[in-house]
Design a protein around this ligand. Structure first.
Ligand code: NAD
Length: 398
């Protein structure tokens, strides 16, 4: 039975998913609310949606079946719990939350209500992650023992504009959001392929030196002055992975912002901005084309009006040959995609899970495994790299 969705937050990212939810045959109506009502109105008009609702609170009082959170990154935890407790299924943009307690509250609320919760981690469907998942399944790696995931996105490549749009006059207070509290694009790409979880972490951060008042502890709502950070995680079953969360880096993040490497006893995979290689003892195979996302939209498409120009590359990439589109609804065939082809799969995962009553791939338990290690890593970085245990909520029940 098609169900209705209320989008919360009509900023830069919501547009792509509003369109996909509207197109999906498993969804009936799509409503929108934003603290800035004109943004909600613009999105409704642009995508031909059902209408606006005046607030999140009012939305929870309607008979809408699900909410999709596209609010600022530090806000998701409490909103998700309130929505679940009000009887709504929840789709949440990343990250799941910003503290252990918030993650635990979501897991508890999902357990008690039996409702669907899904975190829309784009790296879960990153072509490199999809490829590594396949090679793990066919045994190509032998025993996987080490991986690396980077989310390398320089502040000068779109983030200043994005934070201004997001934070208004006081944007500097939140542009300092700690890199390790946005850990899911790097961790989710590693653990989206390697079915394990982090058990401990040691992390180091680099205090910012730009001096423009952004990563400034006095100004920062998060008391944060770290703009680059590196974390080394121990994983269950043996082995480790390393992530980089860089916000001051001379690197073309508009070409590829999330990149991965996986090392096993029989094979390995390595990726840079423009190339991807499979390797074993006999040699190197260039798999770059297999993992290359084709554009799904022109960068000047009117639907990208809310997106800062420097961020648009990420919002226009379609699927790669490695993606199997067979399960996607035909209504998505010519729909805009984004983040290396992941948007279509995420939207479909959520709609299918709600309609079937099945557990989505990035459910609350998996979302916690993609998010919580970064929260603990940030603590470790603040303690000079002290190795800290990473709590785990286990596998999703059932
Ligand atoms: N690759 C990815 O997965 C990816 C990419 C981009 C953004 N994101 C995530 O998407 C989310 C949204 O990002 P964005 O760039 O669109 O942010 P944004 O700041 O442009 O938009 C957020 C909107 O939410 C609204 N809002 C905040 N609290 C609200 C509330 N309680 N009720 C109603 N509206 C509320 C704001 O007014 C704003 O318009 C963020 O969490 C970000 O981390 C993920």
């Amino acid at each position: 039975m098609p169900f209705s969705i209320g989008i919360v937050g009509a900023g830069q990212f919501a547009g792509s998913f509003a369109k996909l939810f509207r197109l999906h045959p498993g969804v009936s109506d799509v409503h929108v609310t934003d603290l800035l009502p004109e943004r909600a109105e613009r999105l409704v008009a642009a995508e031909g949606l059902a209408g606006t609702v005046s607030s999140f609170e009012e939305l929870l009082g309607t008979d809408v079946d699900a909410v999709a959170l596209f609010t600022q990154r530090w806000t998701h935890g409490p909103l998700a719990v309130r929505a679940l407790r009000a009887g709504k299924h929840v789709y949440s943009a990343v990250p799941m939350a910003v503290s252990y307690e918030e993650c635990a509250d979501i897991v508890e609320a999902v357990k008690e209500t039996g409702l669907t919760y899904m975190m829309g981690e784009t790296s879960h469907y990153n072509p490199a992650t999809v490829y590594a998942r396949e090679r793990i399944a066919d045994g190509g790696f032998g025993r996987l023992f080490y991986a690396e995931g980077d989310y390398v996105h320089d502040m000068d490549l779109g983030f200043y504009d994005a934070y201004r749009y997001s934070g208004g006059e006081r944007w500097k207070e939140t542009a300092s959001y700690p890199p390790l509290l946005y850990p899911t694009h790097s961790i989710g790409g590693v653990l989206g392929a390697w079915r394990t979880h982090a058990t401990s972490v040691s992390a180091l951060g680099v205090p910012d030196e730009r001096g423009d008042g952004v990563f400034d502890r006095e100004t920062s709502r998060f008391g944060n002055d770290l703009s680059n950070a590196t974390a080394l995680f121990e994983v269950a079953g043996g082995g480790s992975f390393r992530t980089n969360e860089f916000r001051r880096v001379g690197y073309p993040s508009h070409i590829r912002e999330s990149r991965f490497r996986f090392f096993g006893t029989e094979g390995s995979f390595e990726q840079l901005a423009t190339v991807s290689f499979w390797q074993d003892r006999s040699g190197v195979r260039d798999v770059s084309e297999h993992l290359k996302a084709a554009p799904s939209l022109a960068a000047d498409d009117p639907s990208l009006a809310e997106v800062s120009p420097a961020l648009r590359d990420a919002f226009v990439s379609g699927t790669a040959p490695v993606h199997d589109r067979a399960r996607l609804p035909r209504e998505f065939a010519h729909a805009p995609n984004g983040h290396e082809g992941s948007h279509h799969f995420l939207a479909d995962d959520f709609v299918t899970a709600v309609n079937d009553g099945s557990t989505p791939t990035v459910n609350a338990w998996v979302a916690a495994r993609y998010t919580l290690p970064g929260i603990v890593a940030h603590d470790s970085a603040l303690r000079g790299g002290e190795r800290l245990p990473v709590p785990d909520f286990g596998d999703a029940p059932g």
